[in-house]
Design a protein around this ligand. Structure first.
Ligand SMILES: Cc1cc2nc3c(=O)[nH]c(=O)nc-3n(C[C@H](O)[C@H](O)[C@H](O)COP(=O)(O)O)c2cc1C
Length: 193
């Protein structure tokens, strides 16, 4: 089951925006992050949840989508995420968040996928603007934004070809293709008896 879930957990950038995502669902997803691994068990991550159209629109204005799709400025109105989870690092707890936010993001996105939702991790954020919009206190560092909603796009995994390109693309039917390196190229050492 986990293998299937991981395969299906593709970054999604177009959603049925009118399919609302309840605050309780976002809380349940953050609960998965809460139970995930944390370096030295410091648990320095904090979260802001949003599933309200006005604030969603303001968060959206701070995000950059799909840098490789040069002709696509991001999801149109009606296809934008219905919810966001902002992952923050509390510098009062730790100055270094290691990979905690990545683990938290994956837990949340897998949980969302299991619920029939999909999401996208966004690291390309206008952090200054987002901080002002959400009144984020200075000791909280903006790590990632997770966009969440009911998926409206098909995503297909491809194998990285001989040209080595890892750039995702969209075909004429608007299907999103995401190339992944083959296993043999990423396991650079194996020791077994
Ligand atoms: C740390 C991190 C930051 C990312 N930032 C962005 C972003 O700012 N905008 C975006 O559209 N996608 C972003 N992505 C999504 C990646 O583009 C996506 O994971 C990649 O294309 C592979 O697709 P997949 O998630 O379906 O495997 C980010 C992913 C990660 C893990």
């Amino acid at each position: 089951m986990i293998a299937q879930l991981v395969k299906e957990n593709r970054s999604c950038r177009r959603f049925y925006e009118n399919h609302t995502v309840a605050l309780k669902i976002l809380q349940d997803l953050v609960d998965l992050a809460r139970l995930s691994a944390s370096g030295a068990n410091l648990q320095p991550l904090k979260y802001i949840l949003a599933c309200q159209p006005q604030i969603n629109a303001e968060i959206f204005s701070c995000l950059a989508w799909a840098a490789y799709l040069k002709d696509w400025p991001g999801p149109d109105p009606g296809e934008r995420p219905a919810a966001y989870i902002v992952i923050l690092g509390d510098t009062a707890i730790s100055k270094d968040f290691g990979c905690d936010h990545g683990i938290a993001a994956q837990s949340i996105l897998l949980g969302a996928r299991e619920k029939g939702l999909a999401g996208c991790t966004l690291g390309s954020i206008n952090r200054k603007a987002l901080r002002e919009i959400l009144n984020i206190e200075a000791h909280l560092q903006i790590m990632l934004v997770l966009a969440i909603g009911k998926p409206k796009e098909k995503v297909v995994i491809e194998t990285v070809g001989p040209d080595g390109s890892i750039r995702y693309w969209r075909d004429a039917e608007s299907v999103h293709h995401v190339p992944k390196r083959v296993l043999n190229d990423i396991i650079v050492g194996s020791y077994a008896s």
